[in-house]
Design a protein around this ligand. Structure first.
Ligand SMILES: Cc1ncc(COP(=O)(O)O)c(C=O)c1O
Length: 337
């Protein structure tokens, strides 16, 4: 057996108020519900073909690329898995900023690579870390999970010129599509972009994610994916959402309003980092204690070194979290940062 110490996810997950997984709570419009209700399942005995062909066409049109530039998988998690498996030789170095998505070190280790992090989330920090570690692959989320920071196109273009490969994980980019690196795939031959239906599209349960890159890299990565790796049922569901003319805009606007409202509320108890995502990072004096207090109340948030990351959407849970933090701070005399 390999000597690895990776986190083991629970067999049975805790229930409660989940403000820790960045799931969408946008209420589905009736027209979408009706289409979902009319889905037919008479083809469950067959491996999926038509719905996946349609998904490739629809997502390619949405992303402004050709179907040959896409790979699809069980969430963008599977795409991170494929990228690391396909690119890394044992001990190759993968560099991410700090903080960034928790799955990057895990998938790097599974792929026999070595994951290192820059000292912070700055562009200068990344350049310095590249000079020190000579990574084969830069793996970063944009917007950044957990802070919501957006890297600029100029910064990413320059970072791409310093390494053999760069993966820009755009899980939350549907909220601000103008900042996407997808238009630069044509000019940056080492650029791989990851996307998902889990966040702005609100389909975490269908488990569909994409890799978007140039045709040559897509062809290479396709070797690392088995046939029929996603469900046709999931593909059919995604197709309904992708063909709706206004759904995405509606959910973006709903999230914008929610985020503004809750950023305002959380400002009274901590520093809120500006974001365009479906979560907020609230900087707190005692993040660990506040997080534990909320967990005791069955409100799950994401514990971070300088604060907590809170998913924006479930108003009842957000009220509960907000009040609980306020009370906690009053009783323990904690000052805001
Ligand atoms: C930055 C980032 N990348 C990838 C994922 C994985 O998403 P999924 O596998 O649902 O597509 C997440 C989920 O939270 C995320 O925050």
């Amino acid at each position: 057996m390999r000597q690895v110490e990776l986190p083991i996810y629970p067999v049975v997950y805790p229930t409660g108020h989940r403000l820790n997984q960045n799931e969408s709570q946008f209420p589905l419009p009736d027209r979408i519900k009706n289409q979902l209700d009319s889905l037919t399942y008479h083809d469950l005995h067959e491996y999926p073909v038509e719905p996946i062909n349609e998904l490739f066409e629809r997502y390619a049109a949405y992303a402004g690329v050709t179907p040959e530039q896409l790979l699809v998988g069980c969430g963008s998690d599977e795409m991170i898995h494929v990228v690391t498996q396909a690119l890394l030789a044992p001990h190759d170095i993968v560099l991410s900023p700090a903080p960034d998505f928790s799955m990057y070190p895990i998938f790097t280790t599974i792929a026999h690579g070595h994951h290192v992090q820059a000292v912070d989330l700055s562009y200068e920090g990344m350049v310095k870390a590249i000079e020190t570690h000579h990574p084969k692959l830069l793996l970063l989320s944009n917007p950044n999970n957990p802070t919501g920071k957006l890297w600029t196109i100029e910064e990413l273009t320059h970072l791409a010129s310093l390494v053999p490969y760069i993966v820009v994980d755009e899980a939350y980019m549907d909220f601000t599509p103008d900042a996407s690196m997808i238009p630069f795939i044509a000019t940056l031959p080492n650029l791989i972009v990851l996307r998902t239906m889990s966040k702005a599209f609100g389909l975490a349960n269908v488990r569909i994610g994409f890799m978007v890159t140039n045709c040559e890299l897509a062809h290479y990565f396709r070797q690392f994916i088995p046939p029929f790796n996603i469900s046709g049922v999931s593909a059919k569901i995604c197709n309904i959402f992708l063909k709706d003319a206004t759904y995405l805009q509606e959910t973006i606007e709903w999230h914008d309003e929610m985020r503004q409202k809750w950023a305002q509320a959380f400002k009274a108890i901590g520093h809120v980092i500006p974001a365009t995502t479906n979560f907020l990072y609230v900087e707190l004096e005692q993040p660990e204690a506040v997080w534990a207090h909320l967990t005791d109340l069955n409100v799950h948030t994401s514990k971070q070194p300088t604060g907590i990351r809170v998913t924006i959407g479930d108003e009842a849970a957000l009220h509960l979290a907000h009040t609980a933090i306020q009370q906690y701070m009053e009783t323990s005399h904690v000052k805001n940062s």
